[in-house]
Ligand binder design. Structure first.
Ligand code: C2E
Ligand code: CA
Ligand code: CA
Ligand code: CA
Length: 278
């Protein structure tokens, strides 16, 4: 497949990504943060390019550190994954997101909720049952939830992952492949996993209209989403030029600072009113 070949070629000359040099935390500190309830989800809207309508929100966890202030996930997710804390962390994030979804419903907002899932979460064969019982406990439907899994981690040899993803899909949860373009999945592998949504990595979105390399990867990714019948989402939409480019390209949904920064749950109704008025 020519398309696939093109994508592979561009991928191998990976674009430079910003380097963040920030403090990372130790296992005990992260464990305490989870136990003491210091984790708080922020939420970032996903909107439809054609209409601007709010379609979903992605839960992005933050740590409200008593001394250091707002700590970003890059500084503690890796530690949680490596030291057996990610199941507890995902549980907190999921249950917070579902409670927030109930509150939004009371205010007339019904965005689909996206939660990031680590490969380590997919080792447990009972993960799908756990998610199903949480969603039911909050009076929501499986179709209200999307689980995002990062492409680069997905193709690593992960015991049970494919099995657990299939179980989730059979329970009618939606699956999203995150940071697409940064991993090395082939069309054949993608066909074997029942994804509903493909999120094109922000490295190929912002400035795609002005940069041929980005534009080529972006369009190859969009074509893969189309070929496999998945909803396409562009991440990292930072300005009006990005938006215009994506709209013309026929991408389905957009997420990024141009639309909204991640925000605490209570801020969503005011953002939505403001966004609709634009
Ligand atoms: P991600 O899932 O790819 O999430 C998108 C990241 O891009 C978020 O960073 C978001 O704030 C940022 N972003 C959104 N719009 C823009 C934009 O227009 N420009 C730029 N430059 N960046 C934008 P954040 O919140 O720091 O999260 C980083 C990563 O941490 C996430 O990447 C995800 O992989 C991971 N993460 C976040 N929350 C969780 C969680 O609850 N569980 C797990 N396992 N991972 C999480
Ligand atoms: Ca994500
Ligand atoms: Ca992403
Ligand atoms: Ca990412």
């Amino acid at each position: 497949q020519a398309l696939e070949e093109l994508l592979e070629r561009w991928k191998s000359r990976a674009l430079p990504r910003p380097v963040q040099r920030k403090k990372t935390y130790g296992t005990q500190e992260v464990r305490r943060a989870i136990e003491l309830g210091e984790l708080l989800n922020y939420y970032q809207p996903k909107v439809e390019l054609a209409t601007g309508a709010l379609r979903g929100v992605e839960a992005l966890v933050r740590w409200l550190h008593p001394e250091d202030g707002l700590v970003f996930p890059e500084q503690f997710i890796g530690v949680a994954e490596e030291h057996g804390l990610i199941d507890a962390l995902t549980r907190v994030v999921l249950s917070q997101a579902l409670s927030q979804a109930q509150r939004w419903r009371a205010e007339g907002l019904t965005p689909r909720i996206a939660v990031n899932v680590s490969m380590e979460n997919l080792r447990r064969l009972d993960f799908a049952d756990f998610v199903a019982s949480e969603v039911e406990r909050h009076g929501l439907m499986p179709s209200d939830l999307i689980l995002e899994v990062t492409e680069s981690r997905l193709m690593q040899d992960a015991p049970n992952a494919l099995d657990v993803l299939t179980r989730l899909r059979l329970k009618r949860f939606s699956l999203s492949i995150d940071d697409f373009g940064t991993g090395h999945s082939s069309l054949v592998q993608l066909r074997n996993i029942p994804f509903d949504e493909l999120k094109i990595d922000q490295g190929f979105v912002h400035g795609a209209g002005q940069d041929n390399t980005r534009g080529a990867i972006f369009e190859a990714s969009l074509n893969i989403a189309r070929q496999l019948g998945m909803t396409s989402v562009a991440e990292g939409v930072e300005d009006a030029a990005d938006w215009a480019y994506l709209l013309a390209a026929g991408c389905d949904l957009a997420q990024g600072y141009f639309i909204a920064r991640p925000m605490p749950g209570h801020a969503l109704p005011a953002w939505q009113a403001d966004w609709q008025g634009r």
